[in-house]
Design a protein around this ligand. Structure first.
Ligand code: AVJ
Length: 328
């Protein structure tokens, strides 16, 4: 048996959630949209292109770290299962799974993500490449309490790509605490986090010459047009990404070029004035102290902190410091 699925949310539930999130976000003084809605098929493909842009250093820096660190780490830990949050396209996953196969410990892989299409597609590829591995897809929102299938330990929980950076600190702590609550004493948590560095390097990564990031940003409006029947005119908005030095984070916005009114059935008419923005993403940058503090608040201890010589990106390794509260 190698095909199991742990999906819970139907399309209808997902649409209701979208409607609620959009209504709430666009009613705020600083209008905002949840970055998880970037990732329909087109958005996911655009993100894949972003990861190959010369300016977007994150993915390459993280992969390089994983390639050098994972074999030794997996050899030590000998994890039977890998639970991956926000599994996306699974290309980095293979670095971990290869090491698990090499260590002879690989039994189960549980990718958890919001979009079922991409998840199933990459699960199929992984089942083919790793015939001895049981791949159990889990559709879910990791801001909510995790419900995991029964899996063999020790388990490696991985949350890569600096997706953690999309969340305000309090929300990040909630996610990390959700993970911690699922961890047994032998389990380990691996987090990929983008590092603070010179502002020009960071800003360039979100303002690429080719304009792919701008397309990716605007794509969220396409998603709302399709899913909610909204009438956003993409040409009436401009991509903007700026680094907030005090809060150590990139903010992506869509600026309204003129005064305009957008209409979304079931939500209503939404006026935007010239220059007013919709904030579409936060991407926080960290250092060891910042991650250490998030871990502590979440009931995780920071056991290891690995950065490459280039200082671009970090891997944090942790364990649950309080012990599991919902697993045997
Ligand atoms: C996938 C959230 C890590 O914040 O760098 C890339 C998404 N946004 N370019 C990031 C993203 C704009 C990315 N994360």
């Amino acid at each position: 048996m190698s095909e199991r699925s742990n999906g819970t949310s139907s399309a209808g539930v997902q649409r209701e959630q979208l409607l609620r999130d959009v209504a709430r976000g666009l009613a705020m003084p600083q209008k905002e949209l949840d970055p998880k809605y970037f990732y329909d098929e087109r958005g996911s493909a655009l993100f894949e292109l972003i990861t190959e842009l010369p300016e977007y250093y994150l993915t390459r820096a993280e992969r390089k770290l994983l390639e050098s660190e994972i074999p030794g780490f997996i050899g030590q830990l000998q994890p039977r299962s890998l639970v991956e949050l926000g599994a996306g396209s699974a290309s980095k996953t293979r670095v971990i799974l290869d090491a698990m196969v090499h260590a002879g410990s690989a039994a189960q892989y549980v990718p958890l993500d919001v979009s079922s299409e991409f998840l199933e597609e990459s699960a199929r590829g992984l089942r083919e490449s790793y015939p001895g591995l049981e791949v159990i897809t889990a559709i879910g929102d990791f801001s909510q309490k995790l419900t995991l299938p029964d899996i063999e330990g020790p388990t490696l929980f991985a949350f890569l790509g600096s997706t953690i950076g999309n969340f305000e600190d309090d929300a990040a702590v909630t996610i990390l605490a959700n993970i911690a609550s699922q961890m047994r004493p032998d389990d380990r948590f691996l987090l990929g986090a983008d590092l603070r560095k010179d502002v020009a390097t960071i800003e360039a990564a979100y303002n690429d010459e080719a304009g792919v990031t701008a397309e990716f940003n605007l794509n969220v409006l396409r998603v709302l047009n399709r899913e909610l029947g909204a009438d956003f005119d993409l040409a009436a908005f401009r991509h903007r990404a700026i680094y907030d030095r005090d809060r150590h984070r990139i903010e992506m916005h869509l600026d309204s070029i003129d005064d305009q009114v957008v209409s979304i059935p079931q939500i209503g008419e939404i006026p935007l004035s010239q220059g007013e923005s919709i904030r579409t993403e936060l991407s926080s940058k960290y250092d060891r102290a910042a991650i250490g503090s998030l871990f502590r608040r979440a009931g995780l201890c920071l056991d290891d902190w690995i950065t490459g010589a280039d200082g671009l990106f970090a891997l944090a390794v942790g364990g649950a410091s309080r012990g599991p509260d919902s697993r045997p």
